[in-house]
Design a protein around this ligand. Sequence first.
Ligand code: TMP
Length: 210
Amino acid sequence: MAPGKFITLEGGEGAGKSTQAKLLGRNLSQAGQPTLVTREPGGAPGAEEIRGLLVTGAVGRWDPMTEALLHYAARHEHVAKTIKPALETGTWVISDRFADSTMAYQGYGHELGRQVVEALNERVLGPFAPDLTLILDLPVDDGLKRAVAGPEDRYERMGRDFHQRLRDGFLDIAGREPGRCAVIDARAAVDEVQAAIHAVVRQRLDAPLP
Ligand code: TMP
């Protein structure tokens, strides 16, 4: 059996990733492709427990390196327990965030630097990487306005400069890896963003989408 494809959605706060991940998962499933939608931090029981440590509480509760290690601890669990087993059975996996979020948020946002995050990624994931990454791009102020305040708002409370660095970081990542990444303009209405995503997934992964 052919292994499944691994698609990740990335972007700053309020870009609509979760909505688009669910829509893409539903549309692929309806087209007959077994699909699993998952998220980070989280996506496996232990990783969901680690999520609670990361998305709540005081902005400065973690040193940036500790924070990056926690994200990678959660990711290792997610890959081992959820993502790889699904891909092995031919299921396509869509993850709302993955490793590019650590590069953008901790590498660029918290200024740990590319090399530190690259080394961590190499050690924890080796060559495992998404087949396709959709980066939903939005001006920082639009995203922060759209982001819903709630109990999981630790990152939303980080300063505007932090959010600008991570937006620039995502665009830099996309520029470095154009074969894997596609930038989607997330300012448009939900159905227009969905159509743009379908076009890329059809074209790059030969997906059975309308
Ligand atoms: P969410 O709001 O998309 O559910 O993600 C939770 C927060 O975690 C979000 O503000 C981004 C942040 N995050 C990181 O800082 N680094 C990471 O590696 C991941 C996966 C998420």
